[in-house]
Design a protein around this ligand. Structure first.
Ligand code: SF4
Length: 323
């Protein structure tokens, strides 16, 4: 048996990412396999808002949300999609001169929150750029009516498309705390209707929500595993300035996870999802001028090192406890 092989696996079963020496199926590995080299994401802001910001389902948005803190495209004046692609690609090419293919990533707010015709026009502008080889769209599970899914399916036929549903947790009491404005059932319904339409589905999850125990977080992992989505994006709860969460942290009403606890909970989570699932992200980061805490979020390299070290010490992998 090779050192990367689990007891029940035959050599042919060992996932390619494990054979390559990885402990989880990172999105970087997945994209290199799919495109035969590096591709990078360009964050795009199409000017959407959210139904829990504009009063449709709630007001004020999620307690932790400041779109500018996690979307570079919302920190600058908004231009056309084509203009944002030109600027974003030029910036990335100064840093990574060899990179010549890009993912148009509709990142801030709810990027399917509009009439189908308008969505079609916006997405078409992105995929018609000659250097765009894929598109990623972040949205909420309660904002994908069937006519919107039809548009997404159309674009899945034109490019490699990944659609990210913000789930955060399967526990409705936590969703209510964060003022999410939808329940876990909305996610289940969206995934059921979106599956089989030719695009990848990713679930966004937050670990360390107030009141959630280790068992609660593992219940979310098991539900994600059973949902058969294609990918998962995981990070810890972190607070940025000017949000209700920042106030709750300052008042001592919410405690944010320490790095060590997060690393081990993350690995416990990854052990329970299938080896085939793409892991889009394993940590939360915000620019220093936005971040309230935890401070360890500022050191992404150290977090990666700690995750790798813990995987080695525990001698474990993504999917090890997946049955
Ligand atoms: S749904 Fe997303 S963009 Fe909208 S308020 Fe919540 S976190 Fe922010």
């Amino acid at each position: 048996m090779s050192s990367t092989q689990l007891p029940w696996e035959t050599p042919g079963d060992v996932p390619d990412w494990r054979a390559a020496g990885l402990r989880y199926r990172s999105v970087g590995f997945h994209l290199r396999r799919r495109f035969g080299g590096r591709v990078r994401r360009v964050s795009l802001d199409a000017g959407f808002t959210c139904p829990n910001v504009d009063g449709t389902v709630a007001v004020g948005g999620c307690v932790f949300c400041d779109n500018a803190s996690y979307s570079p495209s919302r920190r600058v004046p908004r231009t056309t999609i084509a203009g944002q692609l030109e600027t974003g690609i030029a910036k990335l090419r100064r840093r990574y001169p060899a990179c010549d293919r890009f993912i148009a990533y509709f990142q801030p707010a709810t990027n399917t929150y509009g009439p189908a015709e308008e969505l079609r026009r916006i997405y078409a502008e992105a995929v018609s750029h000659p250097k765009v080889v894929a598109m990623a769209i972040g949205t909420r599970p309660d904002c994908v009516a069937d006519d919107v899914l039809d548009v997404l399916q159309e674009f899945a036929g034109r490019t490699s498309l990944s659609v990210e549903f913000g789930l955060q947790t399967i526990h409705d009491r936590s969703l209510a705390w964060m003022n999410r404005g939808h329940t876990y059932d909305a996610f289940r319904d969206a995934v059921a209707r979106a599956r089989g339409r030719g695009f990848e589905i990713t679930a966004h999850v937050i670990l360390g929500l107030p009141g959630e125990t280790w068992d609660d977080m593992m219940a979310t992992a098991l539900a994600i595993a059973e949902s058969a989505v294609d990918g998962v994006k995981i990070h810890n709860l972190y607070a940025v300035k000017g949000t209700p969460l920042a106030d709750q942290v300052a008042e001592g009403r919410v405690e944010l996870m320490e790095r060590d606890a997060y690393v081990h909970t993350l690995i416990d989570f990854l052990e329970r999802i299938p080896p085939s699932m793409i892991v889009e992200r394993v940590g939360g980061h915000a620019p220093p001028e936005y971040l309230v805490g935890p401070a360890w979020c500022l050191d992404a390299n150290r977090l990666r090192e700690e995750i790798q070290r813990a995987f080695l010490e525990r001698n474990t992998w993504q999917g090890r406890r997946f049955v």
